[in-house]
Design a protein around this ligand. Structure first.
Ligand code: GTP
Ligand code: MG
Length: 207
């Protein structure tokens, strides 16, 4: 768990978490983040190089900030990916239910995460997206087997099936992560969202 004091904090308690979202190209990582943080969805596809979002959740007694890295499905440098895995307090791994290839890519990413974080572990939420298509190349049994194989004391895995398009279960992704990161204080239903490039606009000192 990473706690930080931000310049904007003043009197309220503020906790920041670094979150990383990985997955094969075009599985819907950006769509899920934008659906979750700003409530919008776009049909057109624009590949991500790397983007950052800062998402605030108001809680009793303070604010939780999810500083989220939206990683590239293609064109990601291995060294950058390793750095992002190293600093993440929680990881979201997305595949598309209609793409067996993206599920295999997710397993490859899981192997890398487990190697990089072998010492301290990290909580992971696995997301099967594009449920609205009703085309399945990945069965529930495939996913159950994967979760069983990779779960351990250090690596706790949860699974959510979503549709960024239909806004199905999208809010579950980050609330599941928060149950790992802040088990004593489950997120309140009502939350206030802000979106901006935190690198440019907010100074956040991770301690
Ligand atoms: N039907 C359907 N389409 C989706 C869904 N989520 C995303 N898409 C579409 O899939 C395409 C890719 O979505 P992105 O969110 O850009 O995918 P990405 O994983 O961020 O892709 P990269 O940035 O290249 O890694 C876009 O055309 C989206 O509109 C979904 O839940 N259902
Ligand atoms: Mg993207």
């Amino acid at each position: 768990m990473k706690h930080c004091k931000c310049r904007l904090a003043r009197k309220t308690h503020r906790i920041c978490f670094e979150i990383a979202v990985f997955g094969a190209a075009s599985v819907g990582k950006t769509s899920l983040i934008r659906r979750s943080f700003v409530g919008e969805f776009f049909e057109e596809y624009t590949p991500t190089i790397e983007d950052y979002y800062s998402h605030e959740i108001q809680r009793l007694g303070g604010v939780t900030v999810l500083n989220t890295t939206d990683c590239a499905g293609c064109f990601q440098f291995p060294a950058m990916r390793k750095l992002t895995i190293q600093k993440a307090a929680g990881i979201v791994l997305v595949f598309s239910l209609d793409s067996e290839f993206s599920f295999r890519e997710l397993q490859r990413l899981l192997d890398e995460i487990i190697k990089v974080r072998s010492e301290e572990g990290v909580p992971i939420v696995v997301v099967g997206n594009k449920k609205d298509l009703n085309v399945r190349e990945v069965t529930e049994q495939d996913v159950a087997e994967l979760i069983r194989l990779y779960s351990s004391d250090k690596f706790q895995l949860r699974y959510v099936e979503t549709s960024a398009k239909d806004n199905l279960n999208v809010s579950e992704i980050f609330s599941q992560l928060l149950t790992f990161l802040m088990p004593e204080a489950p997120p309140k239903k009502k939350s206030k969202f802000k979106i901006f490039n935190f690198k440019a606009k907010e100074k956040c000192n991770v301690m």
